[in-house]
Design a protein around this ligand. Structure first.
Ligand SMILES: NC(=O)c1ccc[n+]([C@@H]2O[C@H](COP(=O)([O-])OP(=O)(O)OC[C@H]3O[C@@H](n4cnc5c(N)ncnc54)[C@H](OP(=O)(O)O)[C@@H]3O)[C@@H](O)[C@H]2O)c1
Ligand SMILES: [Zn+2]
Ligand SMILES: [Zn+2]
Length: 359
């Protein structure tokens, strides 16, 4: 299924998955012409989020094939529409998960477009004109400027790309829980992957004691030495879990697969909050006892608004926070996705889209 409109005249080379094998192959498709509110962006880098893997393999049962994944997009503006404000040709810019929203509802009006009922995802979404959106595993994107952000000059473009999804997804819950400006709390991060390693960096930059809860003993040394984590708990170690019982104010769970919540909830202090951003395909079991005996809360959230994304990027420039990345050429996307599925990445693959012409 490919729904385009007559104004889809721009031919773009990209990479798409075509069935549940998730195998990514070169794919040429059409994008809309640059409208009055649009900017055209030559894509230079695109991160590989675990969400791309969920979609490529249709793990959530909602994929519209062919799917061109990618929502950690960084590039340079090559064209601007007549009504575009705040952007010009040559600007270094980023695009994250959103292509559009209604611009009129209470969420859009309060900079929480990510909760707009009509929010359109940057890929696998249906745009205003009925066309299916295609993401950043491609050489060019045309984006409404209201969903585009500036990349601060001091941030390298490749290592900044993952901030557009992984970064904002872990930043927003910290901000919502007053953990950006108020230091000295004890926070936990479950799962040390793309999202998790950025959560550790934010937690430390904002002055907190950070505990990683992980399935991977091999990550302990680098979590502490390179990322600055204070403690590291192996989630299968009952003694470590028992010793840390009721010790954390806030836990961010970034895990992509099925896992028990009970031991994680027991780590929270009374009144503590478990915030889920990971999106396993199967429902997680939520035990009542650790909630009622600990007055604990469980909630979740999706990415963050555009204004907050810009704020996060500016803070990253201030604190010198970027993602730890492994840069790959487009011909290695399948290898990277296989390694991501096996939890073998430190900590984000980023595709050097610009290398496409040389491979
Ligand atoms: N809410 C949102 O807006 C949003 C935005 C982006 C991504 N996501 C979702 O967040 C999840 C994580 O994305 P990511 O890109 O950070 O993935 P990732 O790089 O693969 O990291 C996930 C980490 O979770 C741990 N893990 C994986 N499977 C596990 C299992 N079965 N049990 C326990 N731990 C497990 C691993 O860490 P350890 O080795 O340390 O155990 C792994 O590194 C995905 O489901 C993705 O779709 C949500
Ligand atoms: Zn993502
Ligand atoms: Zn809206």
């Amino acid at each position: 299924m490919t729904t385009t409109t007559p104004n889809h005249t721009v031919t773009v080379s990209g990479w798409a998955a075509h069935d549940t094998s998730g195998k990514i192959t070169p794919y040429t498709f059409k994008r809309r012409e640059n409208g009055v509110n649009d900017v055209t962006i030559k894509i230079l880098y695109c991160g590989i989020c675990h969400t791309d893997l969920h979609y490529a393999k249709d793990e959530w049962g909602i994929t519209k094939y062919p799917v061109v994944p990618g929502h950690e997009i960084i590039g340079v503006i090559t064209k601007t529409g007549s009504d575009v404000q705040g952007f010009k040709e040559g600007d270094r810019v980023g695009v994250g998960c959103m292509a559009a929203s209604c611009l009129d509802c209470e969420h859009c009006k309060t900079d929480q477009e990510n909760y707009c009922d009509k929010m359109v995802l940057i890929y696998n979404g249906i745009f205003w004109d009925g066309s299916i959106t295609y993401g950043g595993y491609s050489q060019l994107i045309i984006a409404d400027y209201r969903y585009v952000v500036h990349i601060p000059e001091s941030l390298p473009m490749d290592a900044a790309a993952p901030l557009l999804c992984a970064g904002i997804t872990v930043f927003t819950p910290l901000k919502d829980h007053d953990l950006v400006a108020t230091p000295g709390k004890k926070i936990g991060v479950v799962g040390l992957g793309g999202l998790g390693h950025l959560a550790v960096k934010f937690g430390k930059a904002f002055g907190h004691h950070v505990t990683v809860i992980s399935t991977s003993p091999s990550k302990e040394a680098e979590a502490k030495q390179r990322l600055g984590a204070d403690d590291f708990i192996i989630s299968s170690n009952p003694k470590q879990l028992q010793d840390a019982r009721r010790s954390l104010d806030f836990i961010l769970d970034t895990v992509s697969g099925d896992h028990p919540l009970l031991p994680i909830l027991e780590l929270l202090k009374i009144n503590g909050t478990l915030f889920l951003v990971g999106a396993p395909d199967k429902p997680l079991q939520l035990p009542a006892f650790p909630l009622i005996f600990g007055k604990r809360a469980v909630k979740g959230g999706i990415i963050g608004g555009i204004k907050e994304t810009q704020e996060m990027l500016d803070l990253c420039a201030k604190y010198n926070i970027t993602s730890d990345i492994e840069v790959i050429t487009p011909d290695k996307i399948n290898e990277a996705i296989d390694r991501l599925a096996k939890n073998d990445v430190r900590y984000r693959f980023v595709i050097d889209i610009g290398a496409a012409s040389s491979v």
